[in-house]
Design a protein around this ligand. Structure first.
Ligand SMILES: O=P(O)(O)OC[C@H]1O[C@H](OP(=O)(O)OP(=O)(O)O)[C@H](O)[C@@H]1O
Ligand SMILES: O=C(O)c1cc(=O)[nH]c(=O)[nH]1
Ligand SMILES: [Mg+2]
Length: 194
């Protein structure tokens, strides 16, 4: 799949949104990829994750475990793992910190890839990787459907993406006037309380 093919999937799913968005990192953007509009369609999700799995296999070889950060990473993590014939587990926030809960664990010798939906600053990916660093498996690298950093995010491991996108984001105190004029919405789950 080319970058244009992937962007067309987001556009066709109504997942390419314009407005004023508060991103997970706290930065602001006029563009938001509402990945859940992709993930509500299993056929579209399969197309994207099958292509991502092929890229993961080419980069890292066989994979035993896919680990994803909740909430956005759970569906693509599972679907990508299905094509890799790997297990799919996830970390979720407990008091704000990602943790492997539900008695999930990664066995010694397991080959592990972290799968995200979207990477913007890479903060959530780094938090996810840090949360599993003490597990006995081997972390081969990371993957995502869309890398909004266009390759600039540093996760400390290799990042494979299905598509790179270069869209600006801004500090909240440095908004362009056209963005400042629109009320901001925060679609993601970081910071939500139970
Ligand atoms: O690279 P970053 O700057 O961390 O941004 C990307 C993260 O933001 C979104 O998650 P969010 O925390 O909004 O919650 P969600 O997974 O519930 O959508 C997305 O799913 C990534 O995890
Ligand atoms: O940075 C984010 O929080 C983010 C950006 C985006 O386009 N989509 C998303 O789900 N999260
Ligand atoms: Mg997320």
């Amino acid at each position: 799949m080319t970058d244009d093919d992937v962007l067309a999937e987001f556009r066709d799913a109504g997942a390419l949104l314009d407005g004023h968005f508060i991103l997970s990192s706290g930065r602001r953007s006029a563009v938001y990829l509402q990945k859940m509009f992709i993930f509500q369609d299993p056929v579209r999700t399969e197309r994207l994750c099958k292509a991502l799995a092929a890229k993961i296999e080419a980069a890292f070889g066989t994979v035993d475990y896919v680990v994803s950060p909740a909430v956005g990473g759970i569906v693509p993590g599972y679907e990508t793992a299905r094509h890799l014939k790997a297990k799919a587990i996830f970390v979720e926030r407990e008091d704000g910190q990602f943790k492997l809960r539900r008695s999930f664990s990664i066995p010694k010798g397991a080959r592990v890839v972290m799968v995200e939906d979207i990477v913007t600053t890479g903060l959530s990916s780094r938090e996810c990787l840090a949360s599993i660093a003490g597990e006995p498996g081997t972390i081969l690298g990371a993957a995502c459907l869309v890398d909004r950093s266009a390759g600039r995010a540093d996760l400390g491991v290799q990042l494979v993406s299905l598509m790179k996108l270069d869209v600006p984001d801004y500090a909240p105190d440095a908004l362009p006037p056209e963005l400042a004029a629109i009320p901001a919405v925060k679609p993601g789950s970081r910071g939500l309380s139970a």
